[in-house]
Design a protein around this ligand. Structure first.
Ligand code: DGY
Length: 421
């Protein structure tokens, strides 16, 4: 295990570009939002200062209205498409125009508590005080631009915004996206990786059509959220934001920022009351739902199991989710597949249509442990460690045989190895 610990530290050091970490040098050569948050958890195990710097660098690219982009293009790189000129946000530093799952506040709470436990609270309090308003501004941006029905459910404007790019949850809503004007382009992801592990051409056409739409709106998020052809309530982002609002409220209370604490508690209460809209009674599962048609996706994905991480407590729904957990656990060697293996669309190495992702497992396991489900939490943790120990620090893994999928030497996989030991 020592060797794997040092291999994980070497991956983070090798992907460190000075103040920020790339997810993988070839496939993803910039700073990604939720990747950086998880990466900070890994750095925190051996270099606390560097962990905080990762988050501070990310927030140095925050827009004036609180929006935090999903990519910061600190330097250009021809190895990735779509690069900064395609996004055309006109920001400095150059960024994309969509956001990503808001895990940062939950990570910052963990960093802070680790610092306090190590007797370094005094040294880090100033950095926490500086980060807090930025985190709060981002959460209030979600309230203002991604929660049109004021029910605490997060509506994604792009599959990339969910972080789970090609999940089948986006297939039916994606049919409303007109791809006829997308034009020619050259993908770079499939020159680095086997196309069988990546989204399809149709999915990429949709991704680009949405980028073109946002750009045509001047990346004005009020206009985008009013007219975007893709508006899907994402169960993953909704659960993650609910958890993050709880964590940020706790930090606000600790810092004596009563006005923000009250607003964040109100957002938690709103989500607890409203998130039932994502419960699919037919599937007896938490599912994403198309805001435009009102239809549930009906897909059971790894994000469905984030209800425990969100801190939702509902005995019947929890029992149904644990039933799905046990059923899926009997079907695969390694939990948690990104799509129910009983689904006809399950593909064991295609990105978010089957593979296991260490960061999602970390959130699922954390939530299950907090809900008192110690054995199930341990199954997720030990499966994650076995996947990495047997196969390497891949982007994702087949739940069937553990085959690595996507990029290798992956920063967030290394970080979870270090943080979740
Ligand atoms: C990609 O390019 O595959 C990313 O997931 C987009 O954020």
């Amino acid at each position: 295990m020592m060797d794997l610990d040092s291999a994980a530290r070497d991956i983070l050091a090798g992907n460190d570009r000075g103040g920020y970490t790339v997810p993988n040098g070839r496939v993803y050569p910039f700073q990604w939002n939720w990747d950086s948050a998880f990466v900070a958890l890994g750095f925190d195990r051996f270099d606390r200062d560097r962990a905080w710097t990762e988050i501070e660098t990310l927030f140095s690219a925050q827009w004036a209205d609180g929006f935090l982009p999903h990519i910061v293009f600190w330097q250009d790189d021809p190895g990735y498409f779509p690069g900064p000129s395609v996004w055309g946000t006109g920001k400095q530093p150059v960024t994309s125009g969509i956001t990503q799952p808001p895990v940062a506040a939950s990570v910052v709470r963990r960093l802070w508590e680790n610092a306090v436990e190590a007797g370094e609270g005094d040294a880090y309090r100033g950095r926490l005080e500086a980060l807090f308003p930025k985190l709060a501004a981002w959460h209030f941006w979600f309230r203002d631009h991604r929660d049109p029905d004021r029910n605490g459910v997060v509506v994604a404007m792009h599959p990339w915004e969910t972080g789970r790019d090609n999940s089948p949850e986006w297939d039916a809503p994606g049919e409303a996206i007109d791809v006829s004007q997308v034009g020619d382009y050259v993908r770079r992801d499939t020159s680095h990786l086997d196309a069988k592990m990546r989204p399809t051409k149709l999915e990429y056409d949709r991704y680009l059509a949405l980028v073109q739409y946002g750009r045509a709106q001047g990346w004005d998020h009020a206009r985008i959220s009013a007219g975007n052809p893709f508006r899907v309530a994402d169960v993953g982002m909704s659960m993650i934001l609910l958890r993050a609002n709880r964590d940020l409220a706790a930090l606000a209370e600790m810092l004596g920022r009563e006005a923000e604490a009250a607003e964040l508690r109100a957002l938690v209460a709103r989500a607890e009351a409203g998130i039932g809209w994502l419960w699919d009674g037919d599937k007896a599962c938490w599912c994403s739902r198309d805001l435009i048609t009102g239809r549930s996706s009906g897909f059971i994905t790894s994000a469905s199991f984030l209800s425990f991480y969100a801190g939702l407590k509902h005995s019947e729904r929890d029992a149904a989710m644990l039933g799905h957990f046990d059923r899926i656990g009997r079907m695969v060697s390694y939990l948690m597949p990104s799509l129910d293996p009983g689904d006809p669309g399950f593909q064991m190495i295609r990105y978010w249509r089957g593979p296991v992702w260490a960061v999602v497992n970390y959130m699922i396991g954390t939530g299950l442990a907090e809900a008192g489900e110690a054995d199930r939490a341990e199954r997720v943790r030990s499966d994650t460690r076995a996947l990495i120990a047997r196969n390497g620090f891949y982007e994702a893994f087949s739940p069937v045989d553990g085959t690595g999928s996507g990029g290798d030497d992956f920063s967030w996989t290394a970080a979870i190895w270090l943080a979740w030991n």
